[in-house]
Design a binder for this molecule. Structure first.
Ligand SMILES: Cc1cc2nc3c(=O)[nH]c(=O)nc-3n(C[C@H](O)[C@H](O)[C@H](O)COP(=O)(O)OP(=O)(O)OC[C@H]3O[C@@H](n4cnc5c(N)ncnc54)[C@H](O)[C@@H]3O)c2cc1C
Length: 330
């Protein structure tokens, strides 16, 4: 993540907006793997308008706030996140009937699984796959979250994004250019070495369905998760699946299932999950990074394939570590 970071300005902006910012707050409790250093400045937003105003203020001063959703796809480095981190608790959802279905307009901090359950209760179909996916709508838009043969792109119509130097704008799903765990927002951020531009709200187009069928599909998806994934804290799939293969299978074949580094280990049920085996808050991001590197080397030695990370990193040195994870010779 490129600087400069100005914590004093971040504090001032968040205070002006009555967001009660705090400094040097551990982010481990806000990460699904329960690992991570502190936010230099942490502001919590509960209304999309506040997120928009905070983003505009920060961007006008050349600052790029890091929006943290469920922290279920982000390894927060041990020295924490410099500058402004925004914890997104904006959760308003509006259902707008349309001639051909219902337009669901949701704040980006809404947990995706909760939104999916809400839509099923309303008799709508389309988000049954999402009942088992942690994280927020914002994180799902940025990373095109998906499961059970579907993904965010299937029913997303548009997302409202606060781009630097512009009024918030609704970008169509086409403009967002979602791909496998990827989006234009994610790519632009990576190219400029800044966090993704804040997603404020999203719209999904859903159809009326058979509630019995939707409930049954959701139940099947949840049961599949319980059978195939660990309950210990993790960040989900650590590595992207390579073309025509599964990262988990390659990791298992390379004999990594017993690997461990500090309090972090390769999960015995699903080898693409690295789990925090210690008490919450005891693991270190450095252990996760070291374990990821060991897995990559073993898999490459066994198969010739260099696994690419699916999780993102946040922190001062995130770019350097990401480059090393992407490129064996970096
Ligand atoms: C047990 C487990 C199972 C999982 N299973 C799946 C699965 O089946 N399918 C799948 O796709 N993923 C899965 N994941 C990964 C994760 O749930 C998804 O990637 C999820 O969409 C991340 O959302 P989040 O809110 O937690 O994002 P975070 O980790 O908080 O953020 C991820 C990135 O998105 C950015 N971001 C988040 N919100 C916003 C916003 N409002 N505006 C701008 N940028 C934002 C962050 O800055 C960061 O760069 C799993 C994770 C776990 C722990």
């Amino acid at each position: 993540m490129a600087g400069p970071w100005n914590p004093a300005a971040a504090l001032r902006m968040a205070r002006t907006l009555n967001l009660d910012p705090r400094t040097e707050i551990s982010l481990a409790p806000y990460s699904s793997i329960r690992i991570g250093g502190p936010a230099e400045v942490l502001a919590t937003v509960r209304r999309a308008t506040d997120l928009a105003r905070l983003a505009a203020c920060a961007q006008s001063e050349g600052q790029f706030p890091f929006v943290l959703g469920g922290g279920s796809n982000t390894l927060i480095l041990d020295d924490g996140i410099p500058g402004l981190t925004v914890l997104n608790l904006c959760r308003e959802v509006v259902f707008e009937p349309q001639p051909d279905g219902v337009l669901v307009r949701t704040d980006s901090g809404m947990p995706l699984a909760q939104l999916a359950r809400m839509t099923i209760r309303k008799g709508l179909t389309g988000l049954e796959w999402a009942v088992s996916v942690p994280g927020t709508v914002g994180g799902a838009v940025v990373g095109n979250a998906g499961a059970h043969g579907s993904d965010t792109a299937q029913h997303l119509v548009a997302a409202e994004v606060a781009m630097p130097g512009q009024e918030p704008e609704w970008l169509s799903v086409r403009e967002l250019d979602l791909a496998y765990r990827d989006s234009a927002l994610k790519r632009t951020a990576a190219n400029h070495r800044v966090p993704p531009a804040p997603v404020l709200r999203a719209q999904f187009q859903l159809r009326p369905g058979d509630p019995e069928q939707s409930r049954a599909a959701a139940k099947t998806n949840l049961e599949h998760r319980r059978r195939s994934q660990p309950v210990l804290p993790s960040l989900g799939s650590t590595f992207r699946n390579p073309p025509n293969g599964f990262a988990g299978t390659l990791i298992e074949q390379a004999g990594c299932k017993n690997l461990r580094c500090g309090a972090v280990g390769v999960d015995t049920l699903h080898a693409n999950f690295l789990v925090n085996l210690g008490t919450p808050g005891t693991g270190r991001a450095a252990d996760v990074l070291q374990l990821m590197a060991s897995v990559q080397v073993r898999v490459r030695n066994e198969t010739g394939i260099w696994l690419k990370p699916e999780i993102g990193l946040a922190g001062r040195e995130a770019d350097r570590y990401t480059a090393a994870l992407l490129n064996p010779s970096a």
